[in-house]
Ligand binder design. Structure first.
Ligand code: ZN
Length: 244
């Protein structure tokens, strides 16, 4: 009798946990929970890891020539970037990151935190472990994640046009094999080469609005067959055939 009660109790507990898992998934938080979940509204003046995670997702919205600091401090530049992100996706644009903004981000990100239309695999055609570059493997991979969110913003601004990458992170040996520059952004996981369509001039011109302060394209030596986007401390844009 007691044993039967325990078995009934056990099956109730199992049923309850099954229901709660099911509820969490239908609430649409499965993607969020497996990557990163925000638990409070963020606004100018807040700080912390949740702000830093937000900055990574909106770093593609700094405005023309801008670069967002991924520093965990929600200052005016972050507020402006959140406002542009909200406008880009038709949300109420108040620069405050609340449930609607997070919901849009959850919809855009995959379980590994990469944005919907880009993958770690395409950002690293060199080796499987991100080793051998100018920074640690973890740093190179983190840099690549930041660049993918900028690419996602660029893609959206180009009318959700598919973008084709041909090169991302490179170890020193991969970089020298393709004749890359000796201190190339590719060695840091920050360099991205784009091929195909839209035109390279269309890409490099629009990229100026999305947090890339290294932009090389047609007219710059060895860049007639791809557009190169990167990030570094200062701005260097050169694509003379595109008027840049
Ligand atoms: Zn490149």
């Amino acid at each position: 009798m007691l044993r039967r009660h325990i078995r009934t109790l056990l099956s109730l507990v199992m049923l309850a946990s099954f229901i709660s898992v099911g509820t969490a998934m239908t609430a649409g938080s499965a993607q969020a929970a497996s990557c990163y979940t925000w638990n409070r509204t963020l606004r100018e003046g807040t700080s912390g890891e949740d702000v830093r995670q937000l900055q990574i997702r909106v770093a593609g919205y700094p405005g023309y020539g801008g670069v967002i600091s991924i520093d965990g401090q929600y200052g005016p530049a972050t507020k402006a970037a959140v406002t542009r992100f909200q406008s880009a996706y038709g949300l109420s644009a108040d620069g405050i990151a609340g449930p609607n903004t997070f919901s849009k981000i959850y919809g855009l990100q995959k379980a590994d935190c990469t944005p919907a239309h880009f993958t770690y695999a395409e950002m690293n055609r060199c080796n499987s472990d991100w080793s051998g570059g100018a920074v640690s493997a973890a740093a190179a991979k983190a840099n690549a994640l930041q660049q993918m969110w900028k690419l996602e913003a660029l893609r959206h601004a180009l009318g959700d046009a598919p973008l084709s990458t041909s090169s991302g992170f490179r170890s020193y040996s991969c970089n020298s094999a393709v004749g890359g520059a000796s201190n190339s952004n590719h060695l840091y996981g920050r360099g991205i080469d784009l091929i195909g369509s839209p035109s390279y001039c269309t890409i490099v011109k629009q990229a100026r609005y999305h947090g890339f302060n290294e932009i090389l394209g047609p007219g710059y030596p060895n860049h007639s067959t791809h557009a190169h986007l990167g990030s570094q401390s200062g701005r260097f844009w050169s694509a003379s055939q595109c008027g840049i």
